[in-house]
Design a protein around this ligand. Structure first.
Ligand code: OVM
Length: 399
C-alpha cells in the first residue's frame, strides 16, 4: 500500500455518493486529469477514466477478468448477490460458449426481422403522444417503447412487465457498493424476484421469440438445459433499463439543445448518429469493474493481482484526448469508439437491438415533431451505475 501511496494520485471522492451520481462530470474531470490511473482510498480501488486506458482495460480480458464480478464486490471473497450471470460474470472458455449462442440469437439477421414491428409501434406511440402534446417523457415514451418492443421480441407476456424495471434497477445498483441505494432497490425487488425467474422458463416464452431461440440451443446440446433460463435472465437484466435510459437521456439532451434538434428535424437520417452522440454525451452505464488476474501495469503504474479496477465509461466518453469539444452535444459528430457498450469480448451483445430502438424512436420523433421542450425540471433517478431518470416533463410540438 505504501508504494501505491507514493506512485499513484489519490483522490478522496465517492463516485457512488448521491451528489456524484446526480452530477458526475466535475468529478470525472478531476479523476481523468489526475493521471492515467488514480487510487480512491474509500473503496481501496484503482480507477481509469481516460479513453485509451479504459479501452485497454476492457479489451485485455486475460489480465482484467470478469468472473470475480464486474461490480465493486470481489466474488473471490464475497458471495454474489444473485447466481452469477453466465455471460457478464464469466471468462473464456465458459464465456465463449454462451456468448456464441446469444450472439447468434441477437445477430443482425434476427434483429432486422423485428424492424417493421418496432417501427409500427413507434409510429402509433408518437401519434398518441402528439394528441396529448404534454407528456411525462419517462413513463409515456422512454419506458413505454422498450417495455413494449423488447419483451415482445423476447416472447414475454404483457402482464407484469413493470417488474422488469424493479429488477433492472436492482441489478445495476448491485454493481456499486452496498449502499442505501442498493439496499432499497433490493427491498423493492424482492417481492417480484420469483416473477422474474419464472419468466425465464421455457413455458413462459412465446415460440419464435428470442427466449425460445435460446431454448433451441439447449435442445441441440450446444448449451445445457440449466443454462437456458440463465441466458434468458441476461436479456431481462440488460435489455430494459439500459435502452429506457438511453432514450430518456437523449430526449432530455435534445430538449436542452434546440439547435441540434432542429438539425435532426430537418434531416431525420441523422437519427442513428444522434442516438450515438446522445449515448456518448450521457453514458447510460457510467461504471464497470474488472478484477486483476495477475500483477499488471498500466502506463507505468503497477497493480497487484486480485485487485478491483473501475472504468469510468462516462469520463472516457468525454476525454478531450479522444474527442474534440467533448462537452458539446453535436448531432453531426459521428462518435465512433465511444465505450458506452463496453469493448472487447464482453462488448454489449444487444447493441444492435439497442441501436435499432434508439434510431427508430429518434427518426419517428424527427419526422413528426417540430420542437421538443422541457416544461418543468426533469428529475433524475439515482442508481449506482445507470444514469437514470425519474421524470421528464415534455411538450411535443407537432410538425
Ligand atoms: C447479465 C447482464 C449482462 C449485461 C449487463 C447486465 C448488469 C447484466 O448477463 O445479467 O447488466
Amino acid at each position: 500500500m505504501e508504494a501505491v501511496a507514493t506512485q499513484i494520485p489519490r483522490i478522496d471522492v465517492d463516485p457512488f455518493s448521491d451528489d456524484m451520481l446526480d452530477e458526475p462530470y466535475a468529478m470525472h474531470e478531476i479523476v481523468r486529469e489526475a493521471g492515467p490511473v488514480v487510487f480512491i482510498p474509500k473503496y481501496d480501488l484503482h480507477v481509469v477514466a481516460r479513453h485509451a486506458q479504459v479501452q485497454s482495460v476492457l479489451t485485455n480480458w486475460e489480465s482484467f477478468i470478469s468472473s470475480a464480478g464486474v461490480g465493486l464486490a470481489n466474488f473471490r471473497h464475497e458471495a454474489p448477490f444473485r447466481p452469477k450471470s453466465l455471460l457478464l460474470e464469466a471468462d473464456p472458455p465458459d464465456h465463449t460458449v454462451v456468448r456464441t449462442v446469444i450472439s447468434r440469437v441477437m445477430s443482425p439477421k434476427t434483429i432486422q426481422q423485428l424492424r417493421d414491428l418496432f417501427e409500427a409501434e413507434a409510429e402509433s406511440m408518437f401519434d398518441r403522444l402528439l394528441e396529448k402534446r404534454q407528456i411525462e417523457g419517462v413513463k409515456e415514451l422512454a419506458e413505454h417503447f422498450p417495455l413494449k418492443v423488447f419483451p415482445d421480441a423476447v416472447g414475454l407476456e404483457t402482464e407484469g412487465r413493470d417488474n422488469l424495471l424493479l429488477y433492472g434497477d436492482m441489478v445495476f445498483n448491485a454493481l456499486g457498493p452496498r449502499n442505501e441505494l442498493f439496499e432499497k432497490s433490493m427491498e423493492r425487488f424482492k417481492p417480484v424476484s420469483s416473477w422474474v425467474m419464472d419468466h425465464c422458463e421455457r413455458k413462459a416464452l412465446r415460440p419464435g421469440g428470442l427466449g425460445h431461440l435460446i431454448y433451441q440451443a439447449a435442445d441441440t446440446g450446444e448449451i445445457t438445459p440449466e443454462q437456458a433460463p440463465m441466458l434468458v435472465r441476461s436479456f431481462l437484466s440488460a435489455g430494459v433499463d439500459t435502452t429506457i435510459n438511453g432514450i430518456a437521456n437523449v430526449l432530455l439532451t435534445l430538449a436542452r439543445h434546440p439547435g441540434e434538434y432542429a438539425k435532426l428535424h430537418a434531416n431525420p437520417a441523422l437519427a442513428r448518429q444522434t442516438f450515438e452522440e446522445g449515448l456518448r454525451y450521457e453514458s447510460i452505464v457510467q461504471t464497470i469493474f474488472r478484477t486483476t488476474s495477475r500483477p499488471v501495469e498500466i502506463d507505468g503504474v503497477q497493480i497487484d493481482a486480485d485487485r478491483k479496477v473501475l472504468s469510468l465509461l462516462g469520463a472516457a466518453n468525454r476525454d478531450p484526448r479522444k474527442w474534440p469539444e467533448p462537452n458539446r452535444f453535436n448531432v453531426e459528430r459521428n462518435p465512433v469508439g465511444h465505450v458506452v457498450f463496453g469493448a472487447g469480448i464482453h462488448g454489449c451483445v444487444g447493441q444492435i437491438i439497442a441501436r435499432m430502438e434508439g434510431e427508430i424512436v429518434l427518426r419517428t420523433l424527427a419526422r413528426k415533431v417540430k420542437r421538443i421542450e422541457l416544461t418543468a425540471r426533469h428529475e433524475r433517478h439515482l442508481n449506482n451505475s445507470l444514469r437514470a431518470m425519474r421524470t421528464l416533463p415534455l411538450e411535443l410540438v407537432p410538425a
